[in-house]
Design a protein around this ligand. Structure first.
Ligand SMILES: [Zn+2]
Ligand SMILES: [Zn+2]
Length: 310
């Protein structure tokens, strides 16, 4: 029985706060994209893994974060240019919408403030603080964190994840995403399926298959005018492959990738195809936690059992 996983990196402004020039279109789309994705997933009854930046679950903050061991200036945009942009810094309303949805979404973490774990500047102390803070906030919301999605898929400090009781993370895609993948026949003919594995820390790596917005800009416009949306074609191929086999196809995106209606159409086309194939075959939709439970049932069980005693 094959399966499909969808994971979302839910971050509003935090996905871009460290960039010199944040992409204005995507910054502006954070809230709309979040709501559109949530509605589409409800419509097609598709559960997803929502990896949420912990800071979004706060109602307010001092902007200084003195007790957080981040590098100098890490919160500069939050207390400077975005000081009056609460819509980019907080989103408890949006997180509550995810938790209240009928689809059985997984609540997961995307760290506290979108720190890049694989960077040499990110020391152990910062990695621990990012996860501890996320867990404290999740605790206030009566939620535990079983899964981490690394900001920019920058894998690092996996030993810290294991210590912090995390069970699963999203590893990098084994194939090249985006425009090169589409036109490179060696990639085009390669499988879209991924193999979840237990790593040396006992964590389940649920690798990504396909970033659904890795093919954008002018190339997308040209390709769309010739064919149907080529990303929809790729996603359908992955879904078909999972339905035919007992493999896993793992798509991911940011809510802020849905910057306008053609992005919404892409997601609607993919989700409606997934819904149809699920009805017509043995294919199932899983969250990353479901995959981790299946691949390493004992670690998943002990985590959850521990969480419920606390
Ligand atoms: Zn803050
Ligand atoms: Zn991110």
């Amino acid at each position: 029985m094959g399966s499909v996983v969808i994971s979302l990196d839910a971050e509003l402004g935090w996905g871009f706060h460290d960039l010199v020039t944040p992409p204005a279109e995507r910054v502006a789309a954070g809230r709309r994209g979040w709501s559109v994705m949530l509605e589409l997933l409800e419509e097609f009854e598709v559960p997803a893994t929502w990896a949420v930046v912990g800071h979004l679950m706060l109602d307010s903050c001092d902007g200084i974060h003195d007790d957080h061991p981040a590098p100098e200036g890490w919160f500069a945009r939050e207390r400077g240019e975005w000081a009056d942009r609460e819509d980019l810094r907080y989103g408890p309303d949006l997180v509550a919408d995810v938790l209240a949805a009928d689809a059985d979404h997984e609540f997961a973490s995307h760290t506290f403030s979108h720190v890049l774990f694989g960077r040499p500047e990110t020391d152990r102390e910062l990695a621990v603080a990012e996860l501890e803070r996320s867990r404290e906030i999740a605790d206030d919301w009566n939620r535990s964190i079983d899964t981490l999605v690394y900001p920019r898929n920058d894998v690092g400090h996996r030993d810290v994840l294991a210590e912090q009781g995390i069970t699963a993370y999203r590893g990098r895609s084994p194939t090249r995403d985006g425009v090169r993948g589409l036109f490179d026949s060696t990639v085009r003919d390669r499988s879209m399926l991924v193999e979840p594995v237990v790593d040396e820390y006992g964590l389940v790596n649920v690798p990504a298959s396909l970033f659904l917005f890795g093919f954008e800009g002018a190339a997308r416009t040209v390709a769309e005018s010739i064919w149907a949306d080529p990303m929809v074609e790729l996603a359908r191929r992955g879904i078909d492959e999972a339905a035919r086999t007992d493999g896993l196809f793992h798509m991911w995106l940011h809510p802020n990738n849905l910057t306008d209606e053609r992005d919404d159409r892409r997601m609607r086309a993919i989700l409606s195809y997934l819904d149809r194939q699920r009805a017509a075959t043995d294919l199932r939709v899983e969250t990353m936690a479901d995959v981790a439970d299946r691949v390493a049932p004992e670690s998943g069980f002990s985590e959850r059992a521990t969480a419920s005693w606390q």
